[in-house]
Structures are given as C-alpha cells and as structure tokens.
Design a protein around this ligand. Structure first.
Ligand code: NAD
Ligand code: UDP
Ligand code: UDP
Length: 323
C-alpha cells in the first residue's frame, strides 16, 4: 500500500469539468475529496466513483469555511453557463470571491498548492484577437454577465495577492469554451443546446446572425491541461490560457451539429443576448511552452462523443424504467 498518495480537493467536483477531473485524478492514484453544493452539478456525474475507497463526496458551499487537510486544491466551484450564473447573480459573485478567499485561506493554512479555474470571460468582449494572457480585457462591470466576469477577475486578484502576501503556491488557468459528455443538457450553453435540439429534431436556436465566434475544447484535453498546470514548478503561477484555438462561427457550429447528428432540424434566429462577445479565440503559445500542452481532439470527434452521451440520456429518459 502506498503511503504517499496525494490528497486532492476538487471544489465543484460534481459538475461537468470537475467530475472528469475527479475521475482522472483517481485513475492517477490520488485520494480525491469532491466538494459541491449541487447547484448545477449532479450526483449522477460522480455516481460511478462512489464506493471507490480513495474517493469522498461532501455536500458543502464554498462560500462557507472548510477545514480539511489536503495537498492540492482545484477550485472549480462556480456555475459556468450564462443561464445558471445569471439565475442568482449575487450568489455567483459570492461563490467566486468568498469561495476564493476560503479556499486560499485553506491553502495558506495547510500549505497546499491551489489552482483556480478562471475563464476567458475575464477578457470580456475582447478588442484584441486572439487573446493572449497580457490582454487586460474589455468587461462591462454593470451588465448581466458581470457577476461572473468580475467575480472571476476578483478571484484572480485574490490569488495573486495571497501569493505575494502569504506565499501561497498558486496556479491560475483561463479556460475557454469547453464541451463534452456530462454537460448539463439544459444548461443553455451552445453545444448542449444545439445537440439536444438536433437529436430531437427541434429548431436550432441561433442567437443573432450566428456570425459571433467561439473556439471549443474537448473536456479530455482540458483536464489534461489542468493536470499539467498543477504539475509545474512553483515559478509557474499563470495565468495560462487553456483552450482550443480552432475558431468557428456559431452558425458553422449549428451546421456541423446538424450534419453529424443527421438531424432534420431547421435553424431559427433568436435575439443576441446583451454583452454577448463577438469573437473569442485563445492564443495558447504560453500553454504550449510552459506546459507542453496542446489540444488533440478534433471538433467533429468531440461533438460525436458528446452527441452519443446525450443520445444515451434521452434513451434512458424514454425507457419504461424511468416512467
Ligand atoms: P458546472 O456548472 O458543470 O460545474 C460547476 C460546479 O460547481 C457544479 O457542480 C456546481 O454545483 C458547483 N458549485 C457552484 N456553486 C458552488 C458553491 N457555492 N459551492 C460549492 N459548489 C458549487 O460548470 P463547469 O463547466 O464544469 O465549470 C467548472 C469551472 O470551470 C467553473 O469554475 C467555470 O467557471 C470554469 N470554466 C468552465 C468553462 C467551460 O466552458 N466549461 C469555461 C471557462 C471556465
Ligand atoms: N478558511 C477556511 N479553511 C481553512 C482556513 C481558512 O475555510 O482551513 C477560511 C476562513 O474562514 C477565513 C478565510 O479562509 O475567513 C481566509 O483565511 P485567512 O487565513 O486568509 O484569513 P483570516 O482567517 O485572517 O480571516
Ligand atoms: N448561442 C446560440 N444559441 C444557443 C446558445 C448560445 O447561438 O442556443 C450562442 C451565444 O449567443 C454565444 C455562443 O453561442 O454567442 C456561446 O454561448 P455559450 O452560452 O455556450 O457560452 P459563452 O461563450 O457565451 O459564455
């Protein structure tokens, strides 16, 4: 029996990204403590891990203090979809800001290395393209997205202040749009919306003219980037962009989803939400040089795997056992 297992806390561990991360960390031989308040996460996401003696799930809201003994912390707790983070914007900011203070206080007390899941949203509606880590962003501090964007910006500030003031070992990654199995089917994000609509031959809801761009990273690539970031030496604090630099318009994404699923859906237009960024694409030069990381999964391959997951969910919902 190994006496040197690393004890790792994953906040938001029952969410989309967090559940994949917990799975990978367990597979690598670590002890994993998943902490989640199940606001957008689901027990189903981690059901297959329950019973593993090296996995523990704890219902807890990170806006309250947490006293545990761990070696590493991945701080992922925060709703990520605009629909969810705008549902209770005050709680969203509290989760990012008070959650960061509590997790940094914990890291400081136990001497853990702590990684923050920051976001491309810190760049707002960018005027520099593609976005490098030096770009300081163009965020509307008063708009409906601000609770998320400004909360994450403040969390980054706290990370760097705890690093400078208290010598906490920090890692900050800025995650760009990520998709894959275990996305919440109703979370309103574009990939889950389009695939769910296509699989049910419903209208595909394109916001605005669909000319706005995003770059989509498959979840396995993303998790690989997070783990590589945590493995870097103390001199690497970030921020480091993690995302797939293959930029496409949202209209092209809709067309691809229709083709891949063989759907009879039509594309319909809906109003563009306020402050919806026009263009987004990461410059990943730093991730390549500092982490030796680049995404490997092609968009069509990842979309097929995601569509297969949603197909299984729909089939399970239709089965007599679930009636
Ligand atoms: P998600 O909504 O599936 O996961 C977030 C998890 O955090 C959920 O399980 C939720 O229940 C939990 N949570 C929320 N508030 C909490 C609180 N106060 N206390 C404890 N748990 C809480 O979203 P995701 O896509 O897995 O995102 C994970 C992290 O990555 C988030 O911090 C998000 O901001 C960041 N991120 C994700 C993307 C993406 O495209 N998926 C992009 C940029 C950044
Ligand atoms: N904290 C926590 N777990 C710990 C240590 C601290 O949740 O193991 C919280 C605690 O509630 C505190 C916050 O983290 O308010 C910030 O901790 P810090 O030591 O920086 O500040 P202080 O305790 O002086 O307020
Ligand atoms: N979008 C869309 N139809 C949808 C959901 C989203 O056209 O059903 C657009 C949205 O306006 C944005 C892009 O797709 O331009 C990505 O939206 P998402 O909410 O997934 O993430 P964001 O990158 O905006 O945080």
């Amino acid at each position: 029996m190994s006496l040197t297992r690393t004890r790792i806390l994953v906040t938001g561990g029952a969410g989309f990204l967090g559940s994949h991360l917990c799975e990978r960390l367990l597979a690598e031989g670590h002890d994993v403590l998943c902490v989640d308040n199940y606001f957008t996460g689901r027990k189903d996401n981690i059901a297959h891990l329950i019973g593993n003696p090296h996995f523990e799930a704890h219902r807890h809201d990170v806006t309250f203090p947490l006293y545990v003994e761990v070696d590493q912390i991945y701080n992922l707790a925060c709703p990520a979809s605009p629909v969810h983070y705008q549902f209770d914007p005050v709680q969203t900011t509290k989760t990012s800001v008070i959650g960061a203070i509590n997790m940094l206080g914990l890291a400081k007390r136990v001497g853990a290395t702590i990684l923050q899941a920051s976001t491309s949203e810190v760049y707002g509606d960018p005027t520099v393209h593609p976005q490098t880590e030096e770009y300081r962003g163009n965020v509307n501090p008063l708009g409906p997205r601000a609770c998320y964007d400004e909360g994450k910006r403040c969390a980054e500030t706290l990370f760097f202040d705890y690093h400078r003031q208290h010598e906490v070992r920090i890692k900050v990654v800025r995650i760009f749009n990520t998709y894959g199995p275990r996305m919440h089917p109703n979370d309103g994000r574009v990939v889950s919306n389009f695939i769910m609509q296509a699989l049910q031959n419903q209208d595909i809801t394109l916001y605005g003219d669909g000319g706005q761009t995003r770059a989509f990273c498959f979840v396995d690539d993303l998790v690989d980037g997070l783990i590589r970031m945590m493995a870097t030496g103390p001199e690497v604090t970030g921020p480091v962009n993690i995302g797939n630099p293959h930029e496409i318009s949202v209209r092209e994404l809709a067309e691809r989803v229709i083709r891949i699923t063989g759907s009879a859906s039509r594309i319909v237009h809906r109003p563009l939400p306020q402050d919806d960024p026009l263009q987004r694409c990461p410059d990943i030069s730093l991730a390549q040089s500092a982490l030796g990381w680049r995404p490997k999964v092609e968009l069509d391959t990842g979309l097929r795997q995601t569509a297969d997951y949603f197909k299984r969910m729909l089939a399970a919902a239709d089965s007599p056992a679930s009636q």
